[in-house]
Ligand binder design. Sequence first.
Ligand SMILES: [Zn+2]
Ligand SMILES: [Zn+2]
Length: 369
Amino acid sequence: MVEIPKTCRAAVLVEYGRPLEIQEVAVPEVERGGILVKVEMAGICGTDVHQQRGELTIKSPLPNIQGHETIGRIVRLGEGRVIDAAGEPLKVGDRIMWAHADCGECYWCQIERDPVLCAKRSGYGWAPPSALRGGFAEYEYVTPKTNVVKVPDELAEEEAVGVGCAFRTAIAGYERFGKVGLMEDFVIQGCGPVGLYSTVVARESGARTVIVVGAPANRLELAKKWGADHVIDIDEYQDAEERRQMILELTHGRGPENVVEASGYPPAVAEGLEMIMKGGKYLILGQTSAATTPIMPSRINEKGLTIVGSVSAHIVHFYRALQFLKAKREKYPFGEIISGTYRLEDINEALANMASAKEIKPAIDNRER
Ligand SMILES: [Zn+2]
Ligand SMILES: [Zn+2]
């Protein structure tokens, strides 16, 4: 049996707007059905920056351990936990990822059968240090109600860690978006991780032309490697009407059938409504802030648009995202999204480099070396 320490190091958010503190925290007992993992890699998300600054609409009580996109290696399996969500046997040493814990009892879990909307979802990266439920630590505790999936052996941590937030969000969004016709055009607004994953899924959905609108240039370069035919750099083309004209030229004068909003920038929604083709579909994936923005609502009915919103994901989307990566890893350099890795003690530097967009996505790398 693997030796489990009584305590481990974790980066703790003690006060909003202050650097995270490395503290020694207790490792909890593993209950029936629970899983203790050693954190191999923990991705850093734009949300982590806003969380650390206290800018999110929901403020979790302090102190807490952040980090909600983690690959963990199982060190202790609670009694009764023998398979993952896909029915694969679980054993000590396996690498896993996990979704929020949903309650299984509320109206959305039971009647709507849509656990993403569970009224009592319990996520990772927001809990007090005693729960050890954040990725910015040496170990993490996965609760009995949390669904897990194994990470396929073929995938390096750099390839898979983006599943933990951005990629499962994109997969869940496309599922709600519904069937996409062959040889339709796509515009992806935004080239952060959600935009990049939305690009590669559009490419693999049988798109004719995929256009990515965003910045900075290093992210747009990766968008091209992940299947974008054209990129429009908003640092270079700052006028929305000019961008709309460029998109019209690239889409036979009609505009794209499909627009995916992955920018998180509220005014992008008005721009999306202007550029989209009559009869088109709009997927809103990126908006997380409490901000409001002017739009022209008549565009929606006059153009006969379908607008679909989606947030977060369930374990099925983790599974499908991982299977997508496994199937397409020879075709696309998925690992390049992790533009920098950091030791746990350098977490504040990693957060700063995410905030400044110097990194596409940084990650905490706890792997033995
Ligand atoms: Zn995230
Ligand atoms: Zn529920």
